[in-house]
Design a protein around this ligand. Structure first.
Ligand SMILES: Cc1cc2nc3c(=O)[nH]c(=O)nc-3n(C[C@H](O)[C@H](O)[C@H](O)COP(=O)(O)OP(=O)(O)OC[C@H]3O[C@@H](n4cnc5c(N)ncnc54)[C@H](O)[C@@H]3O)c2cc1C
Length: 388
C-alpha cells in the first residue's frame, strides 16, 4: 500500500480519539436512530462538548483553529463507521464556513460559537421541489420591506440535510427575481421565526438516521441584519455558492473513498469465514480478483483525493478537479460496494449487515452535492468544450 502523507501523528491521534467517540456515543445507537429517522439531539451537544464540531473555526469563534485535515480525518472516521445519520460535516465544514467567510462580525459572533458548541444545528437550503441541479431556477423570494428593516421570505425547500434538527438555515433566495444569478442572496433563518415551518422528515432509501427534511417559508420576516454578509452582499449569494463548491465536493469524495475502503475491509473479513463447496469464499479466484480490482481502484482514488486535499489546503483546488474527484470516487464507491454485497451473497442484502447499509447509503453520493452528470458538465467547461 502507498503510505499516506496527508496526515501527521497529531491528525492520526485525533482520528483515534474521534473513533472512540463514535464507538461510545454514536455506533451503539445508530440502528435505533435509523428506526426513528433522526439522531438524538443530545449527540450534537456531546460532540460540541468534546470539541468535535467546527474544529477549523478560529478560537475566538468557538473553534480550535485546527487545520482542515482534522475535519478530513473526522469525515473519514464517520464514513468508515457507516454512521450516515451524522451531519457534522455539513454543519462544521459547509454551514459554518459560509458564516466565517462571508458573514459580518456581528453574525460571526452571534452564530459561530453556538454552532461550535452544538447549541445550534446548521443546515443549508438550496434545493427546491422545482430546482435542484438548476440552482438559478430557485423560486424562493426574499423581498426587502419598504422601510428596509426586514426581508419577507416565501418559498419551500426540500431534501435538506439536518433540516429537522436545524436551528439555523442558510436559505438561498432571490432578492431580485428578475436578475437571475445576480439576484440571489443568502439569508440566515432561525428556528422559531414566525412562518418558518419544518415539513416531513423524508423517508429515504439509505441514510435513514439523517433528518433530511422539507422546509417551508410563509411570509417569514427575517431581520435585514440576517442577510449573510450585510447589505453589500445582497445579490452576491451565487458567487459565494460557487466559491465554496470545491471543498463541498471534495468532502463527498473523502467520504466515498473511506466508505469504499471500509466495505473492502468488511468483505475481506467476511469471505474468509464464510464457506461454500467446502472452502472459504475467499479461496475462489473470482472473489480474490474482485477484491484485488476494488483495492487497486480505491488506492488510486485515495492518492488522487489526498492530492486534492493538499491542493485545497494550499487554496489551489479548482472546481473542475474537485468535480472529477466527486464524480469518479462516488461512482467507484457504488461499484465497489455493490461488488462487496455480491460477495456476501444473501447476507449482503440483509439490513443488519453493515455492507447492506453501506450499499443503500452510497447511492445518494452520486446525486447530492451536484449530480455526477453536472460534475461532468463542469469538467467539460474547463476543457474548453462549448456549454450545452
Ligand atoms: C439525501 C439528500 C440530501 C440532500 N441534502 C441537501 C442539502 O442539505 N441542501 C440542499 O440544498 N440540497 C440537498 N439535496 C439535494 C440535492 O443536492 C439535489 O437532489 C441534487 O442537486 C439534484 O437535484 P434534483 O434532485 O432536483 O434533480 P434534477 O436536477 O431534477 O436532476 C434529474 C436528472 O437530470 C440530470 N440533469 C439535470 N440537469 C442536467 C444537465 N444540465 N445535464 C445533464 N443532466 C442533467 C441530473 O443529473 C439527474 O440525473 C439533498 C438530496 C438528497 C437526496
Amino acid at each position: 500500500m502507498i503510505e499516506r502523507t496527508l496526515y501527521d501523528s497529531e491528525h492520526l491521534a485525533f482520528a483515534d480519539s474521534f473513533r472512540r467517540f463514535i464507538d461510545k456515543e454514536i455506533a451503539p445507537h445508530h440502528a435505533q436512530w435509523e428506526e426513528q429517522g433522526y439522531v438524538d439531539r443530545a449527540v450534537w451537544a456531546r460532540a460540541g462538548d468534546n470539541g468535535f464540531l467546527c474544529m477549523t473555526l478560529p478560537e475566538e469563534y468557538g473553534g480550535a483553529g485546527a487545520d482542515l485535515r482534522y475535519s478530513m480525518a473526522q469525515m473519514e472516521e464517520i464514513a468508515r463507521a457507516g454512521c450516515s445519520g451524522i451531519g457534522f460535516g455539513l454543519h462544521s465544514e459547509i454551514v459554518a464556513p459560509y458564516i466565517l467567510h462571508y458573514g459580518t462580525e456581528e453574525q460571526k459572533r452571534r452564530y459561530l460559537p453556538r454552532l461550535a458548541s452544538g447549541e445550534m444545528v446548521g443546515a443549508i437550503a438550496m434545493t427546491e421541489p422545482g430546482a435542484g441541479s438548476d440552482l438559478q431556477g430557485v423560486k424562493t423570494t426574499a423581498q426587502l420591506s419598504a422601510g428596509g428593516s426586514h426581508y419577507v421570505v416565501n418559498g419551500s425547500k426540500t431534501f435538506i440535510t439536518n433540516g429537522w434538527h436545524a436551528d439555523l438555515v442558510i436559505v438561498v433566495a432571490k432578492t431580485d427575481p428578475a436578475a437571475g444569478a445576480k439576484g440571489t442572496s443568502l439569508l440566515l433563518v432561525e428556528r422559531g421565526m414566525p412562518g418558518f415551518e419544518k415539513g416531513q422528515r423524508l423517508k429515504k432509501v439509505g441514510m435513514k438516521a439523517q433528518d433530511t427534511s422539507e422546509l417551508f417559508f410563509n411570509d417569514v420576516k427575517v431581520p435585514a441584519g440576517n442577510l449573510l454578509g450585510g447589505p453589500a452582499m445582497q445579490g452576491k449569494g451565487f458567487v459565494c455558492l460557487m466559491e465554496q463548491l470545491p471543498w463541498e465536493r471534495l468532502q463527498i469524495a473523502i467520504s466515498a473513498v473511506a466508505s469504499a475502503q471500509a466495505a473492502i475491509d468488511e468483505t475481506v473479513a467476511y469471505v474468509q469465514q464464510r464457506k461454500a463447496f467446502g472452502q472459504p469464499v475467499a479461496a475462489f479466484q473470482n472473489t480474490r480478483f474482485t477484491l484485488a480490482q476494488a483495492q487497486t481502484e480505491v488506492q488510486v482514488a485515495r492518492v488522487f483525493v489526498d492530492k486534492c486535499c493538499e491542493l485545497l489546503q494550499a487554496k489551489q483546488l479548482d472546481t473542475a478537479t474537485a468535480s472529477m474527484a466527486k464524480f469518479w470516487t462516488t461512482d467507484l464507491q457504488c461499484k465497489v460496494i455493490d461488488d462487496c454485497v455480491q460477495l456476501h451473497g444473501g447476507y449482503g442484502y440483509m439490513w443488519e449487515y453493515p455492507i447492506a447499509r453501506a450499499w443503500a447509503d452510497a447511492r445518494v453520493q452520486r446525486i447530492y452535492g451536484g449530480t455526477n452528470e453536472i460534475m461532468k458538465e463542469v469538467i467539460t467547461r474547463a476543457m474548453g468544450l462549448p456549454a450545452r
